[in-house]
Design a protein around this ligand. Structure first.
Ligand SMILES: [Zn+2]
Length: 247
């Protein structure tokens, strides 16, 4: 069966995804029911093999070729997954293409940090495990589309049709808790807030310009290293969220 044409009904996908989840829970030591505390690249490899068996019906090796490699990141702030295409020159204008799928662990580990319903790819994700499966499915679609068409773009129709056929996806986005959302819930801090904080026993006032693991604060400073459009100069500080108070 041609992967670009393989179609699963909503019911089939649910059943098959359920089987993947059950086998994964039974096999991975890193799951606590459907909660995810840690993740390893071996987990992702295992999941891929379950998808190959349950959803691709063994077509991957024949149609796509080599299995993707997997990596994990704690630095992804917006997307929960990413597909990296690597081209190794073989000479004479020929390339060997391989794919690496990278998963943003934070989105899964912090899945329960915010108490609201979550969606991934337009489908409800009741657990971190379910979110992981949907993110991985999205990235697998990127690999398949890239193999057939050399390019892949999940905001375009061709991708959306593929992801809908294979996995019943309704969109290309996720609404998982981000570092920004968690920071607001736990510390009441948002990008743009004016804050005060101590750094080496000195009190500073600045504005939050980014929130990841720590907040980035721009502090107006004469002769600072950064300059905005109005010519005001700043120095940049990275500060734990717990050390900030809103001015
Ligand atoms: Zn995408």
């Amino acid at each position: 069966m041609h992967l670009m044409e393989l179609t699963h009904t909503e019911k089939e996908v649910e059943r098959k995804r359920g089987r993947v989840a059950q086998q994964f829970i039974a096999a991975s030591p890193h799951l606590c029911g459907e909660q995810i505390k840690h993740l390893s690249t071996l987990d992702l490899q295992l999941l891929f093999n379950l998808y190959e068996k349950e959803l691709f019906e063994g077509a991957w090796a024949e149609e796509v070729g080599a299995e993707p490699t997997f990596s994990l990141s704690t630095r992804m702030t917006r997307s929960a997954g990413k597909t990296i295409t690597k081209r190794k020159p073989l000479g004479a204008g020929q390339y060997q293409t391989s794919f690496e799928i990278r998963i943003g662990v934070n989105f899964l580990v912090q899945f329960d940090a915010v108490d609201r319903s979550k969606t991934v790819c337009g489908l409800r994700a009741p657990s971190a495990l379910c979110a992981l499966l949907l993110v991985l499915e999205h990235e697998l679609c990127h690999v398949i589309e890239s193999v057939y068409f050399k390019t892949s773009n999940c905001s375009k129709e061709r991708f959306k049709v593929l992801a809908h056929r294979l996995f019943g996806h309704m969109s290309s986005y996720h609404a998982l808790p981000t570092a920004q959302e968690i920071a607001y819930q736990e510390h009441g801090l948002r990008i743009g807030d004016e804050v005060i904080f101590f750094y080496q026993d000195k009190l500073y006032t600045g504005r939050i310009s980014a929130i990841n693991k720590r907040a980035t604060i721009m502090v107006p400073t004469k002769g600072g290293s950064y300059m905005d459009g109005k010519g005001v100069r700043y120095n940049k500080f990275y500060t734990p969220l717990s050390a900030l108070s809103v001015r």
